[in-house]
Design a protein around this ligand. Structure first.
Ligand code: SAH
Length: 206
Protein backbone atom coordinates (compact mmCIF):
# COMPACT_ATOMS: atom_id res chain seq x y z
CA UNK A 1 0.00 0.00 0.00
CA UNK A 2 2.72 2.48 0.96
CA UNK A 3 4.69 1.90 -2.27
CA UNK A 4 1.73 1.70 -4.68
CA UNK A 5 -0.74 4.19 -3.25
CA UNK A 6 1.33 6.69 -1.29
CA UNK A 7 4.91 6.95 -2.60
CA UNK A 8 3.76 6.49 -6.23
CA UNK A 9 1.27 9.37 -5.83
CA UNK A 10 3.90 11.85 -4.75
CA UNK A 11 4.49 11.61 -1.00
CA UNK A 12 8.29 11.61 -0.92
CA UNK A 13 9.35 12.37 2.69
CA UNK A 14 11.09 9.15 3.81
CA UNK A 15 10.18 9.76 7.47
CA UNK A 16 6.48 10.01 6.57
CA UNK A 17 6.67 6.82 4.46
CA UNK A 18 8.40 5.03 7.36
CA UNK A 19 5.70 6.25 9.76
CA UNK A 20 2.98 4.94 7.41
CA UNK A 21 4.76 1.55 7.24
CA UNK A 22 5.08 1.40 11.04
CA UNK A 23 1.39 1.79 11.93
CA UNK A 24 -0.84 -1.32 11.65
CA UNK A 25 -4.01 0.20 10.10
CA UNK A 26 -5.97 -2.99 10.77
CA UNK A 27 -5.93 -2.07 14.48
CA UNK A 28 -7.91 1.10 13.69
CA UNK A 29 -10.74 -0.26 11.51
CA UNK A 30 -13.76 -2.26 12.75
CA UNK A 31 -12.87 -5.99 12.89
CA UNK A 32 -15.44 -6.79 10.18
CA UNK A 33 -13.54 -4.50 7.76
CA UNK A 34 -10.02 -5.68 8.65
CA UNK A 35 -9.46 -7.23 5.24
CA UNK A 36 -9.97 -3.76 3.67
CA UNK A 37 -7.48 -2.10 6.04
CA UNK A 38 -4.77 -1.82 3.36
CA UNK A 39 -7.02 -0.65 0.54
CA UNK A 40 -6.40 3.04 -0.14
CA UNK A 41 -9.88 4.21 0.81
CA UNK A 42 -11.73 5.70 3.78
CA UNK A 43 -13.79 3.21 5.84
CA UNK A 44 -16.73 3.66 8.24
CA UNK A 45 -15.80 3.60 11.95
CA UNK A 46 -19.28 4.12 13.46
CA UNK A 47 -21.12 7.26 14.66
CA UNK A 48 -21.37 8.34 11.00
CA UNK A 49 -17.59 8.96 10.86
CA UNK A 50 -14.75 7.53 8.78
CA UNK A 51 -11.07 6.65 9.06
CA UNK A 52 -9.36 8.74 6.37
CA UNK A 53 -7.87 7.32 3.18
CA UNK A 54 -4.20 6.42 3.88
CA UNK A 55 -2.89 8.50 0.97
CA UNK A 56 -4.64 11.59 2.35
CA UNK A 57 -3.23 10.95 5.84
CA UNK A 58 0.31 10.72 4.41
CA UNK A 59 -0.20 13.85 2.29
CA UNK A 60 -1.44 15.87 5.30
CA UNK A 61 1.30 14.61 7.62
CA UNK A 62 3.97 15.46 5.02
CA UNK A 63 2.46 18.95 4.65
CA UNK A 64 2.95 19.53 8.40
CA UNK A 65 6.78 19.37 7.94
CA UNK A 66 7.25 17.88 11.40
CA UNK A 67 10.49 18.00 13.36
CA UNK A 68 11.01 15.42 16.14
CA UNK A 69 10.63 18.07 18.86
CA UNK A 70 7.40 19.55 17.46
CA UNK A 71 4.24 19.79 19.56
CA UNK A 72 1.26 18.69 17.44
CA UNK A 73 -2.49 19.15 17.91
CA UNK A 74 -4.94 17.04 15.88
CA UNK A 75 -8.64 17.91 15.68
CA UNK A 76 -10.81 14.84 14.96
CA UNK A 77 -9.22 11.74 16.56
CA UNK A 78 -11.76 9.40 14.93
CA UNK A 79 -10.17 5.93 14.99
CA UNK A 80 -6.83 7.27 16.27
CA UNK A 81 -5.06 6.18 13.05
CA UNK A 82 -3.71 9.57 11.97
CA UNK A 83 -2.68 10.29 15.58
CA UNK A 84 -0.70 7.02 15.55
CA UNK A 85 1.08 8.12 12.36
CA UNK A 86 1.86 11.53 13.90
CA UNK A 87 3.22 9.75 16.99
CA UNK A 88 5.90 8.04 14.85
CA UNK A 89 7.29 11.52 14.03
CA UNK A 90 7.15 13.26 17.41
CA UNK A 91 6.33 12.15 20.96
CA UNK A 92 4.28 15.34 21.59
CA UNK A 93 0.79 14.68 20.15
CA UNK A 94 -2.57 15.83 21.53
CA UNK A 95 -5.77 14.86 19.71
CA UNK A 96 -9.31 16.15 20.35
CA UNK A 97 -12.50 14.19 19.51
CA UNK A 98 -16.05 15.47 20.04
CA UNK A 99 -17.82 12.06 20.10
CA UNK A 100 -17.07 10.38 23.46
CA UNK A 101 -17.60 6.82 22.13
CA UNK A 102 -15.02 7.43 19.38
CA UNK A 103 -12.52 8.97 21.83
CA UNK A 104 -12.81 5.87 24.02
CA UNK A 105 -12.35 3.50 21.08
CA UNK A 106 -9.40 5.53 19.76
CA UNK A 107 -7.66 5.21 23.13
CA UNK A 108 -8.16 1.43 22.98
CA UNK A 109 -6.97 1.25 19.35
CA UNK A 110 -3.83 3.27 20.17
CA UNK A 111 -3.05 1.02 23.13
CA UNK A 112 -3.55 -2.10 20.97
CA UNK A 113 -1.08 -0.66 18.44
CA UNK A 114 1.44 0.08 21.25
CA UNK A 115 1.19 3.84 20.76
CA UNK A 116 1.54 5.25 24.28
CA UNK A 117 2.41 8.92 23.70
CA UNK A 118 -0.84 10.33 22.24
CA UNK A 119 -3.15 12.25 24.60
CA UNK A 120 -6.78 11.87 23.45
CA UNK A 121 -9.05 14.63 24.79
CA UNK A 122 -12.86 14.76 24.51
CA UNK A 123 -14.30 18.11 23.50
CA UNK A 124 -14.83 20.73 20.81
CA UNK A 125 -11.57 20.87 18.89
CA UNK A 126 -12.54 24.07 17.07
CA UNK A 127 -11.49 25.86 20.26
CA UNK A 128 -8.14 24.06 20.45
CA UNK A 129 -6.27 23.65 23.73
CA UNK A 130 -5.40 27.21 24.80
CA UNK A 131 -3.74 26.03 28.03
CA UNK A 132 -1.20 23.96 26.06
CA UNK A 133 -0.62 26.41 23.18
CA UNK A 134 1.35 27.29 21.17
CA UNK A 135 1.63 24.26 18.85
CA UNK A 136 4.23 23.83 16.10
CA UNK A 137 1.70 21.96 13.98
CA UNK A 138 -2.10 21.71 13.96
CA UNK A 139 -4.03 19.32 11.71
CA UNK A 140 -7.80 19.10 11.23
CA UNK A 141 -9.27 15.85 9.89
CA UNK A 142 -12.79 17.26 9.52
CA UNK A 143 -13.79 20.12 7.19
CA UNK A 144 -15.11 23.45 8.47
CA UNK A 145 -16.38 26.53 6.64
CA UNK A 146 -13.07 28.26 7.44
CA UNK A 147 -10.00 27.67 9.60
CA UNK A 148 -11.17 28.28 13.20
CA UNK A 149 -9.53 31.53 14.38
CA UNK A 150 -8.98 29.94 17.82
CA UNK A 151 -6.68 27.42 16.14
CA UNK A 152 -4.63 29.81 14.01
CA UNK A 153 -4.16 31.84 17.22
CA UNK A 154 -2.61 28.75 18.88
CA UNK A 155 0.02 28.30 16.14
CA UNK A 156 3.64 28.98 17.14
CA UNK A 157 5.82 31.33 15.09
CA UNK A 158 6.89 29.26 12.08
CA UNK A 159 4.11 26.76 12.86
CA UNK A 160 2.01 25.01 10.19
CA UNK A 161 -1.73 24.31 10.22
CA UNK A 162 -3.23 21.91 7.65
CA UNK A 163 -7.01 21.77 7.27
CA UNK A 164 -9.77 20.89 4.83
CA UNK A 165 -12.02 23.93 4.31
CA UNK A 166 -15.22 24.27 2.31
CA UNK A 167 -18.82 23.22 1.98
CA UNK A 168 -20.47 20.55 4.14
CA UNK A 169 -20.70 17.39 1.98
CA UNK A 170 -19.55 19.50 -1.00
CA UNK A 171 -16.36 20.89 -2.55
CA UNK A 172 -13.49 21.31 -0.10
CA UNK A 173 -9.86 22.33 -0.37
CA UNK A 174 -6.90 21.29 1.73
CA UNK A 175 -5.12 24.46 2.89
CA UNK A 176 -1.92 25.13 4.81
CA UNK A 177 -1.42 28.18 7.02
CA UNK A 178 2.10 29.10 8.10
CA UNK A 179 2.64 31.65 10.86
CA UNK A 180 5.36 34.26 10.25
CA UNK A 181 5.14 36.52 13.31
CA UNK A 182 1.74 38.22 13.23
CA UNK A 183 1.26 37.19 9.58
CA UNK A 184 -0.42 33.99 8.34
CA UNK A 185 0.59 32.71 4.89
CA UNK A 186 -2.08 30.65 3.11
CA UNK A 187 -1.45 27.94 0.48
CA UNK A 188 -4.04 25.80 -1.30
CA UNK A 189 -2.83 22.18 -1.57
CA UNK A 190 -5.67 20.47 -3.49
CA UNK A 191 -9.23 19.16 -3.50
CA UNK A 192 -10.40 16.81 -0.72
CA UNK A 193 -13.55 15.32 0.82
CA UNK A 194 -13.95 15.15 4.63
CA UNK A 195 -16.72 14.72 7.19
CA UNK A 196 -17.93 18.02 8.73
CA UNK A 197 -16.14 19.84 11.54
CA UNK A 198 -18.90 20.45 14.08
CA UNK A 199 -18.43 22.98 16.85
CA UNK A 200 -18.40 26.56 18.04
CA UNK A 201 -16.04 27.62 15.20
CA UNK A 202 -17.22 24.97 12.73
CA UNK A 203 -20.62 23.88 11.38
CA UNK A 204 -23.72 23.63 13.59
CA UNK A 205 -24.80 20.06 14.40
CA UNK A 206 -27.58 18.76 12.11
N1 SAH B 1 -8.13 11.34 11.98
C1 SAH B 1 -9.22 10.38 11.97
C2 SAH B 1 -10.30 10.78 10.99
C3 SAH B 1 -11.62 10.83 11.66
S1 SAH B 1 -12.98 11.57 10.79
C4 SAH B 1 -8.71 8.96 11.73
O1 SAH B 1 -7.52 8.82 11.39
O2 SAH B 1 -9.46 8.01 11.90
C5 SAH B 1 -13.10 13.14 11.63
C6 SAH B 1 -13.42 13.12 13.09
O3 SAH B 1 -13.58 14.48 13.50
C7 SAH B 1 -14.73 12.41 13.48
O4 SAH B 1 -14.44 11.41 14.41
C8 SAH B 1 -15.58 13.53 14.11
O5 SAH B 1 -16.36 13.09 15.20
C9 SAH B 1 -14.49 14.51 14.57
N2 SAH B 1 -14.93 15.90 14.78
C10 SAH B 1 -15.79 16.64 14.05
N3 SAH B 1 -15.89 17.89 14.58
C11 SAH B 1 -15.04 17.92 15.66
C12 SAH B 1 -14.69 18.92 16.62
N4 SAH B 1 -15.22 20.17 16.62
N5 SAH B 1 -13.80 18.60 17.59
C13 SAH B 1 -13.25 17.37 17.64
N6 SAH B 1 -13.55 16.38 16.77
C14 SAH B 1 -14.43 16.66 15.79
Amino acid sequence: MVDDDIAARGVGDPRVLAAMRAVPRERFVPPALAELAYADRPLPIGEGQTISQPYVVAWMVEALELAPTDRVLEIGTGSGYAAAVLAQLTPHVWSIERVPALAARARANLAAADVTTVQVIEGDGTLGLPALAPFDAIVLTAAGPAVPPALSAQLADGGRLVAPVGVQDGPQELVRLRRAGARLELEALGAVQFVPLIGAQGFAPR
